[in-house]
Design a protein. Structure first.
Length: 473
């Protein structure tokens, strides 16, 4: 049995600049399969890192001659490239079993199997155990016993019962970076750390206890939050650093968490005496940064240099409607605390909620300028399958754009009560122009003492990110 995991050819999200992340999902699946099924041959093809285009993909599949092709999916905007990848696999050999999964295909398993006939199986929810069982099954007749899959049988889509979540994430193997060792050094985040700092991912937790209406995470992970211990997280970071040369590491948790977790992670990393060329980053809730303010100096000492904050809005009512559970004052305090600890403050804002107007978005721009984070990303509220916004928008007929490739948070998918999707698109451009067009901010970034801020300022200027946003409409 041979399994070929594929990261399809695709464009990266240009707003974040020049970067190439490792395909963590399939790396993790492959590592688990390798441990559980000794007689399975595994290959990972990362088309982006290995410079394999669509023309060469079929040739590679034919040469590899796999029994199973599993495509990475990652995000809704990648739906069509996943379908095309598995279509290509079928062209190479119609008998190949084609598989995908992830949040989008979990939420749209019925529709996807109906529309894309070259997808044989959708692995729903948490994938390790399900995929390993699928890969070691003798034939399709055994599919009916595998929890967590959807597939076609006699022209009908079958959804097997869901698989329970893994109760202890520390039973998972370390990330399988040895499976991509031949091109591991190609993964980078140039805008933040330069091209010479190998970029790797570590997963410290899955899920979220918060129920933000724009997020798919809490529903996908069944409203539960499961974390590895601070010791295991530090072990994995050290493993990446010492075994695979990782120097810029993303702790992929949906939030940093409360209690002593953040401080304990910092202490565990410090305890390992990793050289100071380690840099790691994480996304966090604003209120968690405020609650963890005493831990920030130790987090900085451990190598934490960048935090992505979910600020979202300047309007208390909008934050309440989003079920965010924070206030604008939390955002102000969080940015201030990060700045005082020399940690790069990256703020995320959302425009395009149903009540948004030209005036409310202008207030958000003013708030962002006053907040003055080191980096700001403005996103358009997007009805991703699997989030609460999608359910409401579909039910009420708000969705005007059904092209999945546009579900990338920089294309307007639905109007507000007073703004068309074209007007929302224009407002997004104005948000970026307002924030990054400031000469004070440009000069401040260029000559900042924070290396990451200096690098990003040069990057935004060289790559013309604002102009690229203008070209979207």
């Amino acid at each position: 049995m041979k399994v070929l995991f594929i990261e399809p050819p695709k464009e990266q999200w240009f707003v974040m600049g020049e970067y190439l992340p490792p395909p963590y999902g399939i790396i993790q699946l492959a590592a688990y399969l390798e441990r559980e099924a000794k007689d399975v041959e595994i290959e990972i093809l990362d088309c982006n890192a290995q410079h394999v285009d669509w023309k060469d993909l079929q040739k590679h599949i034919e040469s590899a001659n796999p029994d199973i092709v599993a495509s990475s999916s990652l995000a809704t905007c990648n739906t069509y490239v996943v379908a095309r990848t598995l279509e290509t696999a079928k062209k190479a050999n119609p008998s190949i079993l084609t598989v995908t999964g992830g949040q989008h295909f979990t939420a749209t398993a019925q529709e996807s199997l109906e529309e894309y006939q070259d997808i044989d199986v959708v692995v729903r929810g948490e994938g390790e155990q399900t995929f390993a069982e699928l890969a070691t099954s003798a034939n399709k007749s055994s599919f009916k016993t595998i929890e967590g899959i959807s597939y076609r049988q006699n022209g009908k889509v079958i959804h097997n019962p869901p698989r329970p979540l893994i109760d202890n994430l520390e039973r998972l193997p370390y990330p399988g970076y040895h499976l991509v060792k031949d091109f591991l050094r190609k993964y980078h985040f140039a805008a933040m750390a330069g091209r010479d700092a190998p970029y790797q991912l570590v997963e410290g937790a899955r899920g979220c206890l918060h129920e933000c209406t724009f997020c798919t995470q809490w529903r996908h992970w069944q409203g539960k939050w499961r974390s590895k211990s601070p010791k295991r997280i530090a072990d994995e970071i050290e493993f990446c650093y010492r075994n695979h040369g990782g120097r810029f590491i993303w702790l992929t948790d949906d939030n940093l968490g409360s209690g002593t977790r953040a401080k304990d992670i910092a202490e565990e990393i410090i305890k390992r005496k990793i050289p100071d060329d380690l840099t790691w980053f994480v996304q966090a809730r604003c209120d968690d940064i405020v609650r963890n303010k005493e831990a920030l100096p130790r987090l900085r000492k451990s190598g934490l240099s960048w935090v992505l904050l979910g600020v979202e809005s300047s309007e208390p009512q909008v934050l309440q409607d989003f079920k965010k559970g924070i206030t604008p004052e939390d955002a102000k305090e969080a940015v201030k605390l990060l700045r005082s600890n020399n940690i790069f403050a990256h703020a995320m804002f959302i425009i395009g909620n149903r009540k948004d107007t030209t005036k409310s978005i202008a207030r958000l721009r003013e708030f962002a300028n006053e907040l003055d984070p080191d980096f700001a990303i403005f996103a358009i509220l997007t009805p991703f399958p699997g989030n609460e916004i999608f359910d409401e928008a579909k039910r009420k007929g708000w969705i005007e754009d059904t092209n999945w490739s546009h579900y990338d948070m920089v294309h307007a998918i639905m109007p507000t009560e007073t703004l068309s999707i074209e007007e929302i698109q224009e407002e997004l451009y104005e948000c970026y122009r307002s924030f990054y067009g400031s000469w004070r901010r440009r000069l401040g970034g260029t000559f900042s003492r924070n290396e990451m801020r200096r690098r990003l300022s040069w990057h935004m200027a060289r790559k013309g990110i604002v102009k690229q946003l203008r070209s979207l409409f």
